[in-house]
Design a protein around this ligand. Structure first.
Ligand code: SF4
Length: 404
């Protein structure tokens, strides 16, 4: 899981940060952080902290030049109140438009303060998408004091009584150190979903990429989150072990998830842009990246070893080779494995056409190769790019840079 400027929080040992460590400058207006999970595209984003308190993962490009800071609770409350004000106004205008038989609402009469433009845009976007969910930013919102988080959650629920879901990212290291009672209180206050960046269950991989957490802690955190009643998403990063640790990555990750039984397992394939720490190892040959074919084998081994769980597998990231590696376990396990086996059984030239077609956005799933128009476009692209078995992996790497 990925993720401006005051106190640098000293590493992983912190659980709940003391209020004196909170950035104490004056309120500078409504804020939103840079990222959210793909599944939170329609959500209202409420920023509770800035950036990532760990910020050391070797594969992570987000927040790298940005220090972590907490936002004072009263600033977050002000953000919520500002958005709430615009939501109330927009709802009134929507009601008037409906009575007048118009589809569009006329926002011309709203006086938007210059420093509230972002809050207005957030309210407008949220209203357009049904106002069902809220995402708490940034990378690890559960690091703030549980009582502060509970106050923020209660205020959200009070302002927006109709919301169905509030979600946050969290680090396993943090969740594992919160008491069961506090986790249950956070859940009861309205946070219903947690997204954890497991990335790998292999201690070798976790250490190599400086994830700052062990397999054991990942399992403990996942189980605690489930026990407290959260809907739990665990992010897995195919390819993170490189060639050397690919098998260990697949097997240990499956084993960790078998012990957690998360609600969702979300795949997000490793990419290596220049701005991540792993890039230096990659360039120097110390980290050998998996090709798409080896990655497909790794994912197959991973899925094959998921046992005794009812998780929903999602492959909703543009970096993933197959969007159709999706389904509910155990029912869809064979179906998912068949997608991977079909790809691996294809002649190399067809694999190449799929790889390039996928990376150019022509294909999203293996079955798209049955669409003659898409197939023809992918074949033409391979011809014009001069793709050969020798250069396909290099070209795929270059194409993937567009998405990171
Ligand atoms: S915990 Fe790691 S992956 Fe998540 S935002 Fe921080 S540095 Fe990036």
């Amino acid at each position: 899981m990925f993720q401006n400027n005051y106190l640098l929080i000293p590493t992983s040992g912190n659980n709940h940060l003391k209020s004196k460590e909170t950035e104490s400058s004056e309120y500078k207006g409504f804020e939103q952080g840079p990222i959210r999970p793909p599944s939170e595209a329609d959500s209202l984003l409420i920023r509770v902290t800035r950036n990532c308190p760990w910020n050391r993962c070797a594969f992570c490009p987000v927040y790298k030049r940005s220090k972590f800071s907490l936002r004072p609770v009263e600033h977050v409350i002000k953000d919520i109140d500002t958005v709430h004000g615009y939501v109330v106004t927009l709802l009134r205008l929507a009601g008037e438009a409906e009575k007048a038989g118009r589809m569009e609402i006329d926002t011309a009469e709203i006086r938007i303060k210059p420093d509230e433009r972002q809050a207005f845009n957030a309210a407008y976007h949220w209203l357009s998408y049904g106002m069902k969910s809220i995402f708490i930013q940034d990378a690890n919102s559960l690091i703030i004091k549980p009582s502060d988080l509970i106050q923020i959650l209660k205020h959200l629920k009070q302002c927006f009584q109709w919301i169905e879901r509030i979600t946050s990212y969290a680090r396993s290291h943090t969740v594992a150190r919160i008491s069961d009672r506090e986790l249950s209180e956070i859940r009861a206050a309205g946070l219903n979903r947690i997204h954890i960046g497991l990335e790998s269950g292999s201690d070798k991989v976790l250490e190599m990429v400086k994830k700052g957490v062990s397999k054991e802690t990942q399992i403990k955190a996942g189980r605690k989150a489930k026990q407290a009643g959260f809907v739990l998403s665990e992010y897995v990063m195919p390819g993170l072990g490189g060639l050397k640790l690919s098998t260990d990555h697949a097997l240990q990750t499956a084993d960790a998830l078998n012990q957690i039984n998360p609600d969702f397992i979300r795949l997000r394939t490793l990419a290596i842009p220049e701005r991540i720490a792993l890039y230096d190892d990659y360039k120097a040959g110390r980290f050998e990246k998996c090709t798409d074919v080896i990655m497909a084998k790794e994912i197959l081994l991973f899925i094959e070893n998921l046992k005794g769980i009812e998780s929903i597998i999602k492959s909703d990231h543009i970096l993933n080779l197959f969007e159709d590696v999706e389904g509910t376990l155990p029912r869809d396990k064979e179906k998912i494995m068949n997608v991977l086996k079909t790809f691996l059984d294809m002649p190399a030239e067809n694999q190449i056409i799929y790889q390039i077609g996928r990376r150019l956005g022509i294909f999203s799933r293996l079955s798209d190769m049955k669409d003659n128009r898409k197939l023809e476009n992918a074949e033409k692209a391979c011809m014009s790019l001069g793709i050969t078995p020798d250069n396909v992996d290099k070209v795929v790497d270059e194409l993937m840079q567009r998405f990171v």
